[in-house]
Write a protein that binds this ligand. Structure first.
Ligand SMILES: O=c1nc2n(C[C@H](O)[C@H](O)[C@H](O)CO)c3cc(O)ccc3cc-2c(=O)[nH]1
Length: 296
């Protein structure tokens, strides 16, 4: 819908402080992707990236080396950290960064407050909490996640504009993102889940799981931590009929439709692989069509 006014509420639980800088991977991924600066194959970071700063830091023995911050990306984090230091809230900083990238949507962090997702793992028989990025990037989710905790979420407030955008929306979409560490973290900010549940607009989600496996990333690892099976229907039931009105599953999961509908959620099976822009646009159109069907 080229003429639609779109607000994207971004997860900030993946944010990490490195080298004295605040890095907001999910906000930056949206900003770079829609602004034309993303490294397409990787799905994060900048295209045409170089790593001189990272190499120089490593030469001083300063890490972590496992997190790939490129030179171009560093500039974003320097500007962000400088503005935060001057007293601007993250939402205002994000708006300023977007003035360069012009993503064509209003990008809001879920909160201006600090929330950091930690993952509890077992290390040699001892329970240890690590930052989400350490679990995801360094450990590649190779060990079981025992618990996922959005530290600070309970005291966080939705960023300015978030609740109004939800209450005033014509349609609310849950993208095929990680239901625990992405969408789940946003819903953990007090007031946001309630606002979605109370919103007059239809709420439609797209399954991030196709054929029982995540299309991208390692969603199955963190789903297990919250006791949810890695299937399209289990994720729909996890959100629940009080939150979502409609759910799209991939055509390979067509036999899940009945079980989702039994849970009181309208469900359709459509192709859900974002292989190119046309396929992605068709998914968005299918979500909007289902939203119209379920609109009360
Ligand atoms: O798999 C990786 N993902 C990297 N990501 C992606 C990120 O770790 C996660 O995919 C998201 O946080 C999950 O939503 C980055 C994102 C940024 O904005 C900036 C730097 C990185 C660096 C890495 C990296 O080295 N390896």
């Amino acid at each position: 819908m080229p003429d639609a006014e779109i607000t994207v509420v971004g997860n900030t639980g993946d944010d990490i402080h490195l080298f004295g800088l605040k890095v907001c991977p999910d906000l930056d991924t949206v900003m770079y992707t829609l602004g034309g600066g993303i490294h397409e194959e990787q799905g994060w970071g900048r295209e045409g990236e170089t790593f001189a700063v990272k190499e120089e830091l490593a030469a001083y023995g300063v890490g972590p080396e496992w997190f790939g911050l490129g030179d171009r990306d560093f500039a974003t984090h320097i500007v962000r950290t400088q503005m935060l230091g001057a007293g601007y809230p993250l939402s205002a900083v994000t708006e300023a960064l977007c003035a360069r990238w012009k993503p064509g949507v209003r990008l809001l962090p879920m909160t201006d407050d600090r929330v950091e997702t930690h993952v509890a793992i077992d290390v040699d028989g001892e329970r240890r909490a690590v930052h989400f990025q350490e679990y995801w990037v360094k450990l590649r989710a190779s060990v079981d996640a025992l618990a996922v905790v959005p530290v600070g979420a309970e005291a966080a407030k939705p960023a300015p504009g978030v609740l109004d955008a939800i209450a005033g929306a014509d349609v609310i979409l849950f993208p095929p993102s990680n239901p625990v560490v992405s969408v789940g973290t946003i819903l953990a900010v007090p007031g946001i889940r309630e606002a979605v549940a109370a919103a007059p607009a239809p709420v439609v989600g797209l399954s991030p799981l196709v054929g029982g496996a995540p299309v991208r990333g390692m969603a199955d690892k963190v789903l297990a931590a919250v006791g949810v099976e890695s299937t399209a229907q289990a994720v729909a039931r996890h959100y629940g009929a009080d939150l979502i009105d409609g759910w799209l599953v991939d055509t390979v999961d067509a036999d899940a439709v009945a079980a989702v509908e039994e849970a009181g959620i309208a469900c359709r099976a459509v192709p859900l692989m974002m292989t190119d822009e046309d396929a992605t646009a068709a998914m968005a159109r299918a979500a909007l069509a289902l939203a119209e069907e379920v609109r009360a």
